[in-house]
Each structure stands twice: as C-alpha cells, then as structure tokens.
Design a protein around this ligand. Sequence first.
Ligand code: FAD
Ligand code: FES
Length: 347
Amino acid sequence: MAFTPTNPYTAALTRMPELKFKNHSFPLRQYESVLDCLLRNAEPVPYACKAGMCQACLVKAIDCEATPESKKWVKPALQAKGYTLACQWVPEADVQVALPSVEEFSVAVRIRALKLLNDCVMQVLLDVCDPATMFAYRPGQYLSLINPQGLARSYSIANNCEVDGFIELHVARTLHGVFTQWLFTDAAVGTFLHMRGPTGDCYYHDAFEKDQPLLLAATGTGLAPLYGIVRDALAKGHTGAIALYHGGRSIAQLYYVAELKALARAHENFTYCPCTIEASGLPAALTGKLEQIVAQGLDAATLPQTLVFLCGAPDFVHDMRKRAYLKGARSANIFCDPFTERKVVSS
Ligand SMILES: Cc1cc2nc3c(=O)[nH]c(=O)nc-3n(C[C@H](O)[C@H](O)[C@H](O)COP(=O)(O)OP(=O)(O)OC[C@H]3O[C@@H](n4cnc5c(N)ncnc54)[C@H](O)[C@@H]3O)c2cc1C
Ligand code: FES
C-alpha cells in the first residue's frame, strides 16, 4: 500500500473546528451552527425557531469570541457576559460553549392560574417569585418560558405586569407540540418555571404620536401581544383611531370577544373586528380570509402615518406586511411578530 505522508501544515488548515460542550468535544461540520452540532450529537439544548428570533438557544462563549452575526440580536448586557445565539453561530475556529446559568438571568415564576379561553387556547397567569428579579418589558414583547424539563419556547406578553401584578400569556395547543402538550396536560397551579426576556419591538413605543392611527391584525394567539398593545395605548391616552382585527377559522377559535367589545364601547377611538373564514353569525363579525378583509380596509390616504402591528401565523404576517407596505405603509411603521410555524389543534 502506498504511503502518503501527511503535511502537518495542510492538515492543520483543513481540520474542522471543534466544539467543546460540558466534557465532550464535537467536530463541527462545514457551515454547521453550534446549535445544529449540539443537536446532531444528541445534546438536549433548548431551541425553538432556529432563525435568531426566539432567543431560546442562548449559549455562553467560554474563552472565545462569538461571531458578530450571532450576537446581533442579543441585548448588550448579555453580550457583555459572553452570551450569543447558538443557532446563528457558525464557528470558524475551535470554540467552547456552556448553557446559560438559570440564576444568572432567568426569573423564577409560579403558575397562578390556568384557564381555557376557548377549546384550544390556554390563558396562563404567572406570579414572579421575587419581584426584585423581574425584568422591565412592554406589553406585546415576548419572553422565553422554560419548563421544569428545561424546554424553552417563546410567548408574547398580553398585559402590563406592573399594573396587574402578574404576567398573562395565551398559549395555543399545538399538534405534536412538546411544550404545549406539557402545559395542557401536566402543568398545574403552583408549578414553578423560569423565564427570560424580554425580546421584540412589537409594542407601543413612547416616541409614537398620540394621534397616529393604529392598525393591528392577528390570527389565533397573535391576539396576545395585540391585546397588550391596545390596552397599553389606551392607558397612555392614545387619541388616534385604533382598529384591531382578530381572525380564526370559526367563531370557536376566537376568544376575548366580550372583553374586546366592552373595550370598544368604553373607547370611541377603538374598533374591534372579529373575522372568521366560516360564517359565524356573530353580529358585526366579518367573513373571509383575514388578510383580504384587512387589505380591503387599508386607506392609502392615512397609511403613511399608520402604525401597523401584525402577529401570529408566519404566512399571514408576511403576506399582510407586503400588502400594507405596497399600499403605502412605511416600513419603519410596521411591527411584526411571526410566530413559529406549527399546526394548532382545531376545535
Ligand atoms: C416571537 C414568538 C412569539 C410567540 N408567541 C406565542 C404566543 O403568544 N402564543 C402561542 O401560542 N405561541 C407563541 N409562539 C409559538 C411558540 O413559541 C411555540 O412554537 C408553540 O407553542 C409550539 O411549541 P411546542 O413545543 O408545543 O411545539 P413543537 O414541539 O416545537 O412543535 C412545533 C410543530 O412542529 C411539528 N412537529 C413537531 N413534532 C412533530 C411530530 N412528531 N410529527 C409531526 N409534526 C411534528 C408540528 O407541526 C408542531 O405543530 C411564539 C413564537 C415566536 C417565535
Ligand atoms: S432557536 Fe436560536 S433564536 Fe430561536
């Protein structure tokens, strides 16, 4: 057999970088992210979107520097501690990572109440165990909820904890969904969890003019952030017209109908438009696909000043964003939170 001498210089150049995690060392494949390498090696690390959005995959870089790309959406205070997103980090040299320590920046919470808002949406109220550890957030932003098994998922915040004294989330039951299966079957009042956050710019910003029109549209539990934003805007004395569209396949998939109607009666600048694909029989409900109904109501004259908020199913959010932009909404005035692609259990 012919002997081929190895050139140590070339070998060093072609050797794939290694990822150190706990007591293991894993060779990274070409263009492989830290998250994919850990998952390929059956390490049970939290993740959800793999798209740099949910921040569930935060890891700490140990004695090495993460790429600027992977740190881009991480808060500066966390960056300073070495945190970065494992799903966005494709290392070109040897690296070592550790999972975030729960104590370092997670907040312990306890389930105060669980209530079905319809057949497939659970209202989750959380008490913060030590209010001094609570982070500041704006209603409409989202947090990472971590269950006792260490599984993390993003959920949008529907209320103002400073006002109510608890955190409100709306969670849709997901077909084959690991976290939601746990929440709907095993979680109970008194269960302890952790959360991290906040993330996202889908909220009522202080810089908004009080008389700017607000247009908000969501499918399913995309209502959670919008419910938070509408109530925040009204509490802050917003005077411009506020229109909220909420869409579902049938009336059984909507929720908070009575609450939103009551809010509309109490505030003449607020309009609530429930929309269903199937005819609902609900007075004032609109029938058809949500994006078509909202698009029909777009007013080219006021759209350049309108602040647009879109949440829920990614297809809806991306389609609606395009329609609003093409009709005249300014890109900087469109705030979106596309949720992770999933199949929600239908009633
Ligand atoms: C910014 C943001 C905000 C969000 N806010 C909310 C919110 O306020 N409310 C809310 O309800 N959700 C929200 N989500 C979505 C949420 O984070 C979770 O994605 C969702 O709850 C599903 O989690 P899960 O663990 O139950 O599902 P996963 O286990 O992650 O599964 C997701 C999907 O993967 C597929 N899948 C998984 N396993 C299988 C299998 N064995 N066979 C076939 N298909 C499979 C299914 O389609 C399933 O529906 C948000 C997401 C983002 C990114
Ligand atoms: S999995 Fe990395 S940001 Fe969501």
